[in-house]
Write a protein that binds this ligand. Structure first.
Ligand SMILES: Cc1cc2nc3c(=O)[nH]c(=O)nc-3n(C[C@H](O)[C@H](O)[C@H](O)COP(=O)(O)OP(=O)(O)OC[C@H]3O[C@@H](n4cnc5c(N)ncnc54)[C@H](O)[C@@H]3O)c2cc1C
Length: 441
């Protein structure tokens, strides 16, 4: 009987071996750019047609940057590389025996498969929170946060009771990692510099920014000193930081805490954890903590000679990191670099090199002139850390135009204490009339 399988059309069958890369994030994109595998045919699949720089999403959410400044079209990256074929589509399942994938575009054969699908928000099974909270994993999430906050301020102007005003203006953030810390710091700056000018009729003392963290420390991946200082900086900016406090429910109106306390708010942002994006076709034994795919020191999935996983998606145990590496951009980039080198060796049946993570340090910014940076042998705080944070992020962004736009935006914001991106762009709004329209018109 003839096979009913439809394969993705128009990808030429060539003599060269085919590498399929799933995901154009830090790991997938670096792998393709670094290996520039002219000895292979490369097919990259991503459900988005752009690469995004997640570390600056919080600035899109707080109207500091346009989404286009932190995104880069994947097709532009590969314009001059004829052996690289990009397709926008979602990958569903891998069939290792057949060496093929099923995708939203059809089936696709591979000789080597590199999985780099990253991670998504983890709600730890709390469906109410999943349905009602905002998250920050993509540009559309960031725009939704921006729109929600601006809409709530517009609605705040219509409130006549102070309690109701609290609900509209209060923002609750859950998770004291870099995302929660950076986002709450940026919101505090909006409260101080922007909202008083935009909303002089609103009583901004009714705006609370509350950051909840279940563990006893903020920025748990950093030093104890950085953690303490981040809390001090945030509190200086007026943020209520509540450590060792878990959020257990949110119905869109009321946040419930583990100690029974309730906070009324229209805005809760969940940044309390991630779980790796799964793919069907692997067995349960291939998954480790946080749904991450277990790989060996060559980023190979156990039992499959030609399937690799890199970046946030995978977990690799090493003597220094027995529970896996942190899910950060540097790990994704370094694993991609190593695999890009190894893939040629593997194709030549030579021994591949083992991955060893070089920790270049971690940084988090809290607000204007305020940041913490733990670098190897050096701890920076305050303005110097903040300046370094800006420099490192600027040089890491893909694309000269993006670098320039971000630099100009930052400079403008820094000197004018203003951001100009507080526009509510969304599908056509249909306002309901308060007075029904006359039937004669
Ligand atoms: C808000 C935020 C702030 C952060 N801040 C920092 C920071 O300051 N410093 C730092 O080092 N790290 C930071 N990180 C973490 C960092 O962004 C990740 O470690 C990094 O992006 C991991 O790279 P990756 O390539 O593994 O995954 P990603 O960059 O997430 O890329 C995954 C790609 O796979 C695609 N994809 C997923 N599933 C499929 C599918 N089924 N089919 C097709 N395509 C798919 C996605 O569209 C995406 O393009 C932050 C993350 C977030 C969310």
């Amino acid at each position: 009987m003839e096979s009913l399988k439809t394969y993705i059309p128009n990808i030429p069958e060539v003599e060269k071996k085919r590498i399929v890369v799933v995901g154009g994030g830090f790991a997938g994109l670096k792998f393709v750019r670094k290996s520039l595998c002219r000895d292979f045919q490369v097919v990259m699949l991503d459900r988005n047609n752009y690469h995004q720089f997640q570390p600056l999403l919080y600035q899109v959410a707080t109207a500091g940057l346009e989404p286009s400044s932190i995104s880069f079209p994947l097709r532009k990256v590969f314009q001059t590389e004829k052996h690289i074929h990009y397709r926008m589509g979602e990958v569903f399942e891998v069939f290792p025996e057949e060496k093929e994938l099923s995708t939203s575009l059809g089936y696709l054969k591979y000789d080597y498969l590199v999985l780099a699908m990253g991670a998504d928000t983890n709600f730890f099974g709390q469906t109410n929170i999943q349905q009602n909270a905002l998250t920050l994993k993509s540009a559309s999430d960031a725009i939704l946060i921006r729109n929600t906050i601006l809409e709530n301020f517009e609605a705040g102007l219509m409130q006549t009771s102070p309690d109701k005003l609290f609900e509209y203006l209060t923002v609750v953030l859950v998770g004291g990692g870099p995302t929660g810390v950076e986002l709450s710091g940026a919101l505090a700056e909006m409260k101080k510099y922007i909202f008083p000018k935009d909303y002089p009729e609103l009583d901004l003392s009714k705006m609370r920014i509350i950051l909840y963290e279940a563990s006893p420390n903020l920025l748990s991946g950093m030093s104890a000193n950085a953690s303490r200082l981040a809390k001090y900086y945030l509190e200086r900016l007026g943020i209520e930081v509540k450590l060792s406090t878990s959020v257990v429910d949110y119905d869109g109106q009321t946040v419930k805490l583990s100690d029974g306390t309730q906070i009324a708010t229209k805005t809760m942002i969940w940044a309390a954890g991630v779980k790796a994006n799964a793919i069907k076709g692997l067995s349960a034994t291939h998954y480790g903590r946080g749904n991450r795919i277990v790989v060996d020191r060559e980023n190979r999935i156990a039992g499959y000679k030609y399937i690799f996983a890199i970046g946030d998606l995978c977990i690799m145990s090493t003597p220094r990191y027995p529970n896996g590496h942190p899910q950060v951009a540097q790990v994704a980039i370094q694993q991609a670099n190593k695999l890009a080198k190894n893939i040629h060796k593997i194709a030549r049946n030579e021994e591949a090199e083992q991955f060893r993570y070089i920790d270049k340090g971690s940084m988090a910014t809290v607000g204007r002139n305020l940041a913490v940076a733990d670098l190897p042998g050096l701890r920076l705080r305050g303005f110097i850390a903040w300046f370094l944070w800006g420099f490192v992020h600027l040089i890491s962004i893909v694309g000269v135009k993006n670098k320039l736009f971000i630099f100009l935006n930052w400079s403008w914001n820094y000197f004018t204490y203003d951001q100009s991106l507080r526009v509510l762009i969304k599908p056509k709004i249909r306002y309901k009339p308060i007075i029904p329209p006359s039937e004669t018109t």
